[in-house]
Design a protein around this ligand. Structure first.
Ligand code: NAD
Ligand code: LMR
Length: 326
């Protein structure tokens, strides 16, 4: 039983994510941090008759107390997109928010698992890692970009056109990053159903731009929150199952720092990147083993090449944001 902190807990993702985490029997203390309204959300959730204690922490002065003793910190803090924006457009605001939270984590809970939801994930994960490196407490096994929503969307959208494909128990590998062309679902590995080349093309596009569908439908009121809370809770639960309960063989696609993670050398060499999303087996210390990329079709190889090109810039932007400041 461990302490889990949600930073940005009063937000569109933070509230339903906290609700889902309140149902976990692996969490003894759910600490909800935000710059506004976290006390109200905590009071509300604390009436739910599950075992965990819930505390609310509002404002910077309450951050140390929220983070101290944390086993896992989930970060959905920051602004979401409006129609017409890219995730990279969020960098201006969210980079500073994530950096400040990472600095506080490095100080108050340096051994915690850090799960980054705030966009642009392709850059915010490098920001967290660089902050931890600067503080001398970086463990590449413990920082994750949460790309689970891409995996969830993949199996959902496949099921929409192939109803015989069972979406909850069949996991689809998604590699690359978390924005548009950097999202590469490996549909060629699906064994249960077959696709025409046109179906593959349409599905790939829908998965890559699934976030835009929601942004457009919400029409200025934000981006995916409920499906993201579901995906975030799934990833957090998998990590807790592996790290607290010692469950073996749990695999999730996630965006991680390659160097220093077992099995990632090949990916680092073949992509030339410092960060990449792929299937990872979770264990007691976080990443236990990075699984080799599956065999890719010619089309998927071409998509990975495009993703690599875009990721390079996203990664450099995040790294420079931290190392440029002495
Ligand atoms: P939101 O605006 O509803 O909520 C964000 C919350 O963060 C607010 O409660 C706000 O007060 C809080 N916040 C702002 N600055 C903070 C700080 N310094 N410390 C703590 N909390 C702070 O937004 P949302 O819809 O919940 O989205 C949050 C982020 O998640 C966005 O960046 C969005 O793009 C991203 N997102 C990522 C994925 C993914 O797949 N990784 C999916 C959906 C959304
Ligand atoms: C998503 O994929 O839904 C999120 O990254 C939010 C967004 O901006 O699309």
């Amino acid at each position: 039983m461990v302490k889990v902190v949600v930073c940005g807990a009063a937000g569109g993702i933070g509230q339903p994510l906290s609700l889902l985490l309140k149902q976990s029997d692996l969490i003894s203390h759910l600490a909800l941090y935000d710059i506004v309204n976290a006390a109200g959300v905590a009071a509300d959730l604390s009436h739910i008759n599950t075992a965990s204690k819930v505390t609310g922490h509002v404002g910077k002065d309450a951050l140390a107390e929220a983070l101290s003793g944390a086993h896992t910190v989930v970060i959905p803090a920051g602004v979401p997109r409006k129609p017409g924006m890219t995730r990279d457009d969020l960098f201006k605001v969210n980079a500073g928010i994530v950096r400040d939270l990472a600095e506080a984590c490095a100080k108050h809970c340096p051994k915690a698992f850090i799960l980054v939801i705030s966009n642009p994930v392709n850059s915010t994960v490098p920001i967290v890692c660089e902050v931890f490196k600067k503080a001398g407490v970086f463990d590449p096994r413990k920082v994750f970009g949460v790309t689970t929503l891409d995996v969830v969307r993949s199996s959902t959208f496949v099921n929409h056109i192939k109803p015989q494909f069972e979406p909850q128990s069949n996991r689809i590998t998604v590699v690359g990053g978390h924005s548009g062309a950097t999202i590469v679902p490996i549909l060629s590995q699906i064994k249960q159903v077959t696709f025409t080349p046109e179906e593959i093309k349409a599905l790939t596009h829908r998965i890559q731009f699934g976030g835009d569908e929601v942004v457009k439908a919400k029409d200025g009121a934000g981006s995916a929150t409920l499906s993201m809370a579901y995906a975030g809770a799934r990833f957090t639960t998998s990590l807790l199952e592996a790290s607290v309960r010692g469950k073996r063989g749990l695999v999730e696609s996630t965006y991680i720092h390659l160097k220093g993670n077992a099995g990632a050398e090949w990916n680092a060499r073949s992509t030339g990147l410092e960060y990449f999303a792929q299937d990872v087996e979770l264990g007691p210390e976080g990443v236990a083993n990075v699984l080799a990329l599956p065999d890719l079709s010619a089309e998927e190889k071409a998509l990975v090449k495009i993703a690599i090109g875009e990721l390079k810039g996203n990664i450099t932007k995040g790294v420079d944001f931290v190392i440029a400041v002495p």
